[in-house]
Design a protein around this ligand. Structure first.
Ligand code: 0PR
Length: 383
């Protein structure tokens, strides 16, 4: 009963509902959601977790590393996860914190930069994820955008011109959201000098190291490179972890932390206080099961399917915006929003790029050759 005396469907009942009724209703809600296993989702950077991850997630559902003393087992796994991932990108010299994803990592990066420089200007490639807009608004910082080159990486000449005494941070992207482009990280690190340089590797962090091992032509993501202040990378994207899990590594000197006197840990370094932590054991299990070879296999499979998608799209006269460096492909289109909507009406989930306008496909592990053939066939009919 609401306060006007009207009984509504979602009102809390007096004595609760029957389990069977609840289970049935849950099932009905679930059916409305997209399922990665349908192969129809080409616009998500997340994917279906492995069975072992699902089991670990349920097992550790109560874990909350906001209060780590109650969960020493989860905490130990968190330490192991941080070390394992750090060995992929040579981040041993850095401190690490688990975050909710790329957004939280990017916010912490700019917060650190503002505190250490007392400046407000943030130099961002035009390809930067919108989470930086949130970060700048929250932190009262000023984004200033740098143009892109034809291959969708940042124009380093313009970037260098824009660096000045008011600059608080320089950002580079290792795997841009729209095109999967990789900014020249080493060059930006040397240009930025003493100014904090943050690398957003939310997507590329779990792709680039493995592509490199398989001798693909990609820049390396190596945190021993002088001049990188911080990096964020998301296990819940190509790391195959369930959501939410991001990792943020930063050089040791200037840490943001707040004392947490009445909890079991002495301080907190993440923006969240209470943090659902079951994805840490789930990711720990995933990494241990897959090993380097497992990740290589998944990534090379995604790369092959990306090539297949391009081959079929080109047959239908769609041109790529740029040669993909990873498993994200984008194609020029004058009215991508119309095509995206037509696809959605048929339960195909693709998305669009803005710079320049186009169709965007993220070829995650759940995408199949068959689903590629079907979506391209459908887009061909719409031409
Ligand atoms: N940095 C980059 C380069 C990103 O691509 C993203 C997210 C972020 C930061 C922010 O990460 P979180 O959203 O984890 O905080 N990119 C995806 C996007 O906005 C996130 C996403 C994931 C969207 C799954 C849809 C979806 O179904 O496109």
């Amino acid at each position: 009963m609401n306060n006007r005396g009207v009984k509504l469907d979602h009102d809390l009942t007096k004595s609760g509902k029957d389990v069977k009724e609840i289970t049935e209703t849950l099932k009905n809600f679930k059916e409305k959601d997209f399922d990665f296993s349908s192969g129809r989702v080409f616009a998500s950077m997340c994917t279906e977790p492995l069975d072992i991850a699902k089991e670990a997630y349920i097992e550790f559902i109560e874990s909350n590393l906001g209060n780590p003393g109650l969960y020493p087992g989860t905490k130990e796994m968190e330490n192991q996860v941080h070390k394992t991932v750090s060995s992929l990108i040579n981040a041993d010299r850095m401190k690490s914190v688990s975050v909710g994803g790329g957004t939280e990592g990017n916010i912490i990066a700019l917060w650190r930069a503002r505190e250490s420089t007392d400046n407000r200007k943030v130099l961002l490639p035009k390809s930067a994820h919108f989470s930086f807009e949130k970060a700048c608004s929250l932190l009262d910082m000023e984004p200033e955008y740098v143009s892109l080159m034809e291959d969708c990486t940042v124009d380093t000449v313009e970037l260098e011109e824009k660096i000045d005494d008011d600059t608080a941070a320089v950002v580079g992207i290792a795997g841009t959201t729209e095109h999967g482009a990789i900014d020249p990280i080493e060059e930006i690190a040397s240009l930025s000098g003493e100014i904090p340089f943050h690398v957003d590797a939310a997507f590329g962090g779990f792709v680039i190291p493995f592509l490199k091992m398989m001798e693909y032509d990609v820049p390396s993501l190596d945190l021993t490179t002088k001049g990188i202040d911080s990096i964020s990378l998301d296990p819940h994207k190509m790391g195959m972890s369930p959501v939410p899990l991001g990792l943020f590594y930063s050089s040791g000197e200037k840490e943001i932390s707040v004392d947490s006197p009445y909890l079991t840990g002495k301080d907190q370094k993440s923006i969240r206080g209470t943090r659902a932590s079951a994805s840490i054991p789930a990711f720990w299990a995933t990494m241990n099961l897959l090993g380097i070879d497992g990740y290589k296999e998944i990534i090379s499979d995604c790369m092959e399917k990306t090539d297949y998608l391009i081959e079929l799209m080109e047959e239908k006269d769609f041109d790529t915006i740029t040669e993909p460096r990873m498993n994200i492909a984008s194609f020029r289109s004058e009215q991508p929003e119309v095509l995206v909507e037509r696809c959605a009406e048929k339960d195909w989930y693709i998305s669009r790029t803005v710079h320049p306008p186009g169709l965007r496909f993220v070829v995650m592990p759940h995408v199949t050759e068959r689903s590629i053939e079907k979506i391209v066939g459908f887009l061909g009919e719409l031409r």
